[in-house]
Unconditional design. Structure first.
Length: 263
């Protein structure tokens, strides 16, 4: 098992994973709110350049150069220059680039390559997971030289399957990313038969509990990534109100940030 460690910066708590130990990284708590990545990056590396997105529950993955091109285009067209590119994944291309995602129940995924030293940050809610955003980010890393066996992946605090009630339709939409069926019932039946199934029963009709982090793990295993390369934080945002915002619990748009710096 990979270890998770609590740290503090200016007396505020954040979490790291032993799997990503060589990289400056953190899964930051609600105690850092309302600070932005431009401030929180100082806790990781004060000289790193900072990149974030306007998250839209899709599967678009950007590099820093693509973000800068996007900003230049819109500033030149007279748009608000504080706007962010719309996407849910970021990959670094050079050293000292801090990439960030915000989450409240969705899964923050930080990825690092022990050979190229490049990193990625991904926001994987159920919609992004259904659209395979983590494999998409991994594909972008591979396009710039990463090999699967050199990746280390940490999934941070997120809502756990035991409390995440969704419709069978949503579960089937997500499940279609890992089982080869189109029919809702066939997908749900196949998911239930997977060892350590991401589906759990729910007392309400037409509802199930869904473990989104488990689905992401299964997507990565399907690519050929081993379980030893993947760590999952032992924290549920919904069940840990002292440290994490939860949209399901509070119905407010408050977020915590997760980030990693390339080397």
């Amino acid at each position: 098992m990979h270890a998770w460690h609590w740290h503090t910066w200016e007396d505020l708590p954040y979490l790291t994973c032993s799997l990503l130990e060589p990289w400056y990284h953190g899964f930051f708590t609600k105690q850092f709110s309302p600070s932005s990545p431009f401030e929180i990056t100082k806790a990781l590396h004060p000289e790193a350049s900072v990149y974030r997105l306007k998250q839209v529950h899709g599967n678009a993955v950007f590099s820093p150069a693509e973000i800068e091109d996007w900003l230049t285009k819109f500033v030149n067209e007279g748009e608000d220059d504080s706007a962010f590119a719309s996407g849910d994944g970021l990959i670094s291309t050079e050293p000292l680039q801090a990439v960030w995602v915000a989450t409240a129940d969705c899964t923050p995924v930080l990825i690092a390559d022990e050979k190229t030293r490049q990193v990625a940050a991904v926001h994987a809610g159920w919609r992004g997971t259904a659209l395979k955003i983590v494999p998409q980010a991994i594909s972008r890393l591979q396009a710039q030289g990463s090999k699967l066996e050199n990746l280390r992946i940490a999934m941070g605090p997120a809502i756990s399957g035991e409390v995440y009630q969704v419709s069978q339709q949503v579960a089937a939409e997500v499940g279609a990313s890992i089982v080869p069926y189109n029919d809702e019932k066939a997908i749900l039946d196949a998911l239930e038969n997977i060892p350590l199934s991401p589906l759990l029963p729910d007392p309400e009709p037409a509802r199930v509990r869904l473990d989104v982090r488990r689905v992401n793990t299964l997507q990565m295993e399907a690519l050929g990534i081993s379980l030893e390369q993947i760590a999952i934080a032992p924290y549920c945002t919904y069940q840990t109100p002292e440290y994490f915002f939860s949209y399901r619990r509070e119905h407010q748009k408050k977020v915590q940030w997760s980030g990693i710096v390339s080397k």
